[in-house]
Design a protein around this ligand. Structure first.
Ligand code: CAA
Length: 399
């Protein structure tokens, strides 16, 4: 029996900052971002958006496509995030309610920087292996925030991806062998009292590639596929150039021919969406997968994808999946393209006004003005509670 990803969709903010508008503020050429980092734009969360609203927006199309009976078979919701909104309550519980999922379900939030989505996927596969009648909804959702003016600022972004994990999946069957690597390192983290990450940029680049080396060595030790048996590669993408560097690193490590054209073809389609979205932490690698499936001109059915998931601090996992016959019939390519094309370009001044999250701490009543055109929004923070609702703008757009 095969286990894996049966359905897949992403969401991001309805507005973006073009990095050409950030470059002069930092006193650099736009090419530093577009060429050096491989990023053109970054999605900017509206004041009434957070990981809950993005997660619910990503999962909505999956739930809408399911029958009542299939919805009832979602008995687990796993939400991975490193920009969570509460120290106790899972963001997934809000999402479970917004999506109208059955009460007979377990819901939990997972954290290990950008890696946690992969942990959620592996746990989902184990649950489905135990009872193949059940489906697990895995959602990865993040808003990446660095200090304004820091070198991390151009690598911000936000997004969520939702995956339905089932037996006999229609998109990608995940293979059982994984390569794992954990090491205690302070390359990137976010203490409880901060809304932005603390990062040692140089160290983080090295930690990423060291983790890749370690996870790859373990994959081989565990009997995983050889490099030559993997057709395409999807890497965690804090910025897309990182995936290019990672692929060059792995190619060198295994001693494969360093043919630029071949190497580019092995990763290029997975980078397209993230170039426009920016870092979405836990969601980033899986948006890379959507990008690959949506953009590949060749039919990928039967081909093997290698995934490298990295979460600072640091955990890395290298695993593989096989694309299923007929997968193209289940993609949402046009909807994803529309999502990105319909975003509004905002000025640097508009970005500056909303880059910090709405975060009142006094326990008073704070309504949050309606702003996002996405399906769900944060309506108020009142008595320390976050109140979410279906967005009126989205309801009007659908009608
Ligand atoms: N034209 C073209 N390229 C240019 C250029 C120009 N005018 N000016 C500079 N560049 C190139 C540089 O040569 C460099 O490329 P190479 O690395 O290939 O040499 C690239 O642009 C970036 O320049 P710098 O190294 O000088 O950039 P920086 O020091 O200002 O910042 C960074 C880069 C450290 C990645 C910073 O953006 C950062 O801290 N980002 C956040 C941390 C991060 O994303 N780390 C990644 C690994 S950790 C992880 O993956 C987890 C996660 O999600 C955070």
């Amino acid at each position: 029996m095969q286990l894996g990803i049966d359905d897949l969709a992403f969401a991001t903010a309805d507005r973006y900052l073009d990095l050409a508008d950030l470059a002069p503020v930092h006193g650099v050429e736009p090419a530093k971002y577009t060429v050096g980092l491989g990023q053109d734009r970054m999605s900017v969360a509206a004041p009434d958006e957070d990981v809950v609203t993005l997660a619910a927006s990503a999962a909505l199309p999956l739930v809408e496509r399911m029958s009542e009976q299939d919805r009832a078979s979602i008995r687990t919701v796993l939400l991975a995030t490193e920009s969570g909104i509460d120290q106790s309550k899972s963001a997934g519980v809000y999402v479970h309610r917004l999506l109208g999922l059955p009460a007979a379900a377990r819901v939990v939030e997972l954290k290990q920087a950008c890696y946690a989505g992969t942990s959620a996927l592996q746990m989902a596969l184990a649950l489905v292996a135990r009872n193949p009648e059940q489906k697990v909804l895995v959602i990865c959702s993040d808003v990446a925030r660095y200090d304004v003016g820091s070198s991390g600022e151009p690598t911000q972004g936000c997004g969520a991806v939702a995956m339905l994990v089932t037996a006999n999946p229609r998109l990608v069957a995940i293979e059982p062998v994984s390569g794992l690597h954990t090491t205690d390192i302070m390359d990137f983290w976010r203490p409880n009292y901060r809304t932005t990450a603390v990062v040692d940029g140089r160290l983080s680049l090295r930690a990423y590639t060291d983790s890749l080396s370690g996870a790859w060595a373990d994959l081989q030790a565990q009997g995983g596929p050889a490099f030559a048996d993997i057709d395409t590669f999807v890497y965690h993408q804090p910025f897309t150039k990182m995936a290019v560097k990672a692929h060059a690193h792995l190619t060198r490590l295994v001693g494969a021919p360093r043919d630029a054209e071949v190497m580019d073809a092995q990763i290029a389609d997975s980078l397209r969406y993230n170039r426009e979205i920016g870092n979405s932490y836990t969601a980033s690698m899986y948006i890379g997968l959507v990008s690959l499936l949506d953009h590949a001109t060749d039919d990928l059915a039967g081909s093997r994808i290698g995934f490298f998931s990295y979460g600072s601090g640091a955990v890395g996992e290298f695993f593989t999946g096989v694309v299923q016959p007929g997968y193209r019939d289940h993609l949402r390519t046009a909807a994803h393209r529309r999502l990105l094309d319909d975003r509004t370009r905002i000025s640097h001044a508009e970005y500056s006004a909303i880059v910090a999250p709405v975060n009142p701490v006094d326990g008073g009543d704070h309504e949050v003005p309606a702003s996002t055109r996405n399906p769900f929004r944060l309506a108020a923070i009142t008595g320390h509670q976050r109140l979410y609702e279906r967005s009126a703008a989205a309801a009007t757009a659908v009608a």
